[in-house]
Design a binder for this molecule. Sequence first.
Ligand code: HEM
Length: 456
Amino acid sequence: MSLPIPKPPGVPLLGNIFDVKPANTWWSLKTLAEKYGEIFQIKVLGHTIVFVAGAALAEEICDEKRFRKYVGGPIVEIRYAVHDALFTAYDDEASWGIAHRIIAPKLSPQVMADLFVDMRDTTGELINVWKAAGPTEPRVLLKDLNRLNLEATTLTLFGKKLNCLDGPEHPMIQAMEDSTSEAMKRPNRPGLLNWLLYGSKFKSSTRVMRKYGEDLVSYRQSNPTDRQDVLSALLNGRDPETGVGLTESQVIDEIVSMPIGSSTAPCLITASIFFLLRNPDVITKARAELDSVIGGEFTYEHLAQLPYIEGIMRESLRLSFAAPGFNIEPIPSADKRPVQLAGGKYEIAHNQPMIIVLAGVNRDPTVFEDPLKFEPERMMGQQFERLPAAVKKWYGNGKRECIGKHYAWQWNMIVLSMLIGAMDFEMVNPGYELVQDGWFNIRPVDFKVRVKSRAA
Ligand code: HEM
């Protein structure tokens, strides 16, 4: 006999509509995970969604022999902007494999060394902006890091310098915010309301994002180069299996998807700085490592010699859950019987969408002693290797795992190393408590710092 999957009581007709705040879905899910544990379900507008928030169950539903990515809800909505791109393609769409095989080699570990200098130098430019502004100005850290991320992504992947670290914010940043927030909210509103009241915002943010892509393509066409970057693969690459290339529209779809994907990284770094300020002893250890490894100029070879910085990054990924979750469903089959989980402890419908809530999985008390403690050491060496795979799913799962994960690893390592190494941060509000919100990623709300050059 299986156990019933726990469910908040809800209200008649509307179900659990009040248990999940549309303006902060992921924070509501984190709260529900803290209350209900490894699995729970809600019903909204007649649809049941099951949430998995424990490591063992997450590991089970990451088994690609039984389960796959579920493309539904907000992911389907954002297809309005990027169609059948990597992140949004249905499992059976041939376009996913074609784009994946064309793009993946340009984001593989083998090409990361070529991106190092641009990543390092753009980070140096942000540090110079901070130094020029002086230490008295309170800064919303996430906003500055969003600019840095767009600057670095546009330069490294598409070969154009945007110079967007200061001055008016680049419109792509607001457009990503508007389109992803709209995509998250639409599934919980009646269709007519979406169309009547919110359609134009979705349209205009899509227009801005696609113009960002179109501008990069025309810049490349009028400035030919032998750069072998992601843009060159999108424009000229052919899928080695089918010989097919991408259409003009698909090129824009994939360009737009990249900064949306990479916008998770600034959320992580912002959270990491918060954790560091709460744990000054970790900053001391990190600086000891940085000072002993990087004597003069920071080079690519240094990255492999910074295990403590890597531990900080992984522990920040664990506790910030910057990409807060991902969707899974049973692989469709002729067998319509319920699917059993945990050897029959729970049962779900054969076509039940599920969402892995990393706020629960990453802090599972059956895996981590004192799970809320920020402890980079447990993310290093053997200790890290021994952890179950489910608590390392920061980049998603299986074939639909983040295609930018090597890029993200390197960018995060560079930015963290340089920020900790060169700058002192101080919270504007020393009593700040971490609250996060977000859409396709989750970030500290209103976290302000003062930044100055590191004291000698
Ligand atoms: C800390 C940084 C990052 C985190 C935590 C992260 C996390 C994730 C996760 C969890 C997924 C799976 C989503 C799903 O299953 O629906 C994903 C997919 C994806 N990410 Fe990332 N990501 C990061 C950085 C990046 C960067 C830097 C890029 C681009 C350069 C990127 C591009 C993508 C794309 C295109 C996909 C869709 C892949 C596919 O389905 O084939 N991400 N990411």
